[in-house]
Design a protein around this ligand. Structure first.
Ligand SMILES: Cc1ncc(C[n+]2csc(CCO)c2C)c(N)n1
Length: 225
């Protein structure tokens, strides 16, 4: 198995804990409290704005035309395609643009995005790619598994659009290039460097797990909206 594909197994414990998190499972079953999802949605909106900047940093580290074009496409996929599902649910909840703009990122949200941005500022291109890789890969894996696990109730599930977005092939295709790109970039890395890359990946899977936890508990912040 290639280095990139083996990364999931390296983080398997927290990866599976993420899938089994009540936020994810209740979303799949359609029983997740709407207030929890609304909290998630507004925090995730802010998360995506910061996340997109990591790709901007990645672009400054790339010279290859294909890499630059892939990074620019995934930035658009994040800010345009992925945001569609956020705007759809905001409309469903009747959330005004003013309300969206008044929300402040929670402490954990700031911690997660600051960590990714720090890696993208200090690290090289492959370190930057692996810090964002679990975001796409876990959502794709969880989306597909939820769709299968809860297929009998999907039609009545309030979260159907969310599940359809992340289980869809368009979404999977948008980041498929990551595997080969990472494998190429690690070709001449030492064992020590590979270990660091692996640790960055696992750490982002942990951050993903904690994002579900934050949303499920609607974790407060002392900085008020
Ligand atoms: C906390 C959090 N983590 C991951 C995603 C999913 N996601 C973010 S960017 C991206 C790839 C390009 O669209 C994906 C799948 C999210 N929404 N929120």
């Amino acid at each position: 198995m290639s280095f990139s594909r083996s990364l999931k197994q390296k983080a398997i414990k927290v990866w599976e804990d993420g899938y089994n998190h009540p936020f994810v499972q209740e979303l799949g079953a359609g029983t997740l409290h709407k207030e929890k999802f609304k909290f998630y949605l507004l925090q995730d909106y802010l998360y995506l704005l910061e996340y997109a900047k990591v790709f901007a940093m990645a672009m400054t580290k790339a010279d290859d035309e294909k890499m630059l074009s892939n990074l620019s496409s995934i930035t658009k996929a994040t800010l345009v395609d992925e945001m569609k599902v956020h705007h759809l649910y905001m409309k469903e909840f009747g959330i005004s643009e003013e309300e969206v703009k008044s929300v402040k990122a929670s402490l954990f949200n700031r911690t997660y995005t600051a960590n990714m941005q720090a890696i993208s500022l200090k690290g090289d291109l492959v370190e930057t790619l692996v810090t964002v890789f679990p975001c796409a890969w876990t959502y794709c894996d969880y989306g597909k598994r939820l769709k299968e696990q809860y297929k009998d109730n999907l039609e009545d599930n309030f979260y159907k659009s969310w599940i359809e977005t992340y289980s869809g092939s368009d979404f999977e295709n948008s980041f498929e290039w990551f595997y080969d790109a990472i494998d190429e970039l690690v070709e001449n890395k030492s064992d020590k460097e590979l270990q660091k890359i692996e640790d960055i990946f696992i750490s982002s899977v942990e951050f993903e797990y904690m994002f579900w936890e934050m949303a499920y508990n609607k974790q407060m912040s002392y900085i008020k909206d």
